[in-house]
Design a protein around this ligand. Structure first.
Ligand code: FUB
Length: 304
């Protein structure tokens, strides 16, 4: 594999790794080189056939593509359905839009001309509907997960541009079966199980893995829970990976060419700046019962 980070000519974050055809695509958000906040304007795309050489597909969509969006182009996800490619994109810490295109690399356009979810119109989406992640189940049903501090999900219609049910809370349980309390607004969730942000769903051997960040403390990292259904409940299992040098933790888990990988970001490339992150990849393995063996990140090369 190439050395970490996979991209070092610009700052990238919040990777959503997806396999389309015979390539691994990583959709990212984009930290500005002089960033002092998560003031982000566009989404980038990189792909590889061999995990050694990465192709930069450039900026595949930006805030200007959504006439209704103002700022904060944060964590994306992508899904292939209906012969098209759909990007789920959060803006404004308040809305999630959908862009659609005919190829994984675009061009993409606003699919519906308005947000799919909008906090101003739908209080049930919670205080911060960010970090969309889509699970396309084996029967073709799509579920959208999202939320900071309050994990939410909603079933999508086959078009992927309409909702097919109510917005619901994701039920997270501790190993004894008790509900994991959601985080109090603006507070660090209780480690290690509390939900912070960055949901990501994948399915393996019939079970649904709900990956998420447990917050912004110095021990925080990506953790996961497992459920028997895409609608939960999900029971906490442990860490996906050990803490990496970054205040935020956001990643995705993907199978590619017979192995599993976790794709995530750290602040190492910028020497520790939390607003200037870089996307990395490491192999991930499971034990015989399907538990993730926590990944120890391969350190990133740093800027001189
Ligand atoms: O990139 C902006 C925000 O930082 C994301 O939405 C969070 O998941 C965190 O990575």
């Amino acid at each position: 594999m190439a050395t970490n980070p996979i991209v070092s000519h610009l700052f990238t974050a919040d990777p959503a790794a997806r396999v389309f055809g015979d390539r691994l695509y990583v959709y990212t958000s984009h930290d500005e080189k002089d960033a002092t906040y998560f003031d982000m304007f566009d989404w980038r795309l990189f792909s590889t056939a061999d995990l050694a050489t990465w192709q930069d597909h450039g900026s595949v969509f930006g805030l200007t593509g959504f006439a209704w969006a103002e700022k904060w182009a944060w964590a994306p996800d992508a899904v292939h359905a209906n012969g098209r490619y759909y990007l789920f994109l959060p803006t404004d810490r308040a809305r999630i839009g959908v862009a659609v295109g005919d190829s994984p690399t675009g061009p993409f356009r606003d699919a519906i001309g308005r947000p799919l979810l909008d906090k101003a119109l739908m209080p049930e989406v919670g205080p911060e509907p960010i970090d969309p992640a889509v699970l396309l189940d084996d029967d073709g049903t799509a579920y959208l997960y999202f939320g900071c501090r309050f994990p939410k999900f909603v079933k999508l219609a086959p078009s992927l541009t309409e909702l097919a049910g109510p917005v619901q809370d994701v039920a997270l349980l501790d190993p004894q079966g008790n509900p994991v309390p959601v985080a109090a607004p603006e507070k660090q969730p209780a480690l290690p199980m509390g939900y912070g942000e960055a949901p990501f769903l994948f399915k393996r051997e019939g079970r649904y893995y709900f990956v998420y960040s447990n917050g912004w403390a110095k021990e925080s990292t990506l953790v996961y829970a497992i459920g028997d259904s895409p609608t939960g409940p999900f029971t906490y299992q442990g860490e996906v990976m050990k803490h990496v040098p970054c205040v935020t933790h956001h990643g995705s888990v993907v199978a590619f060419r017979g192995k599993w990988y976790v794709v995530y970001h750290t602040s190492e490339l910028s020497g520790g700046n939390m607003f200037r992150r870089a996307v990395c990849i490491d192999e991930l393995t499971f034990d015989s019962s399907g538990r993730i063996i926590p990944v120890i990140a391969t350190p990133s090369a740093r800027t001189p």
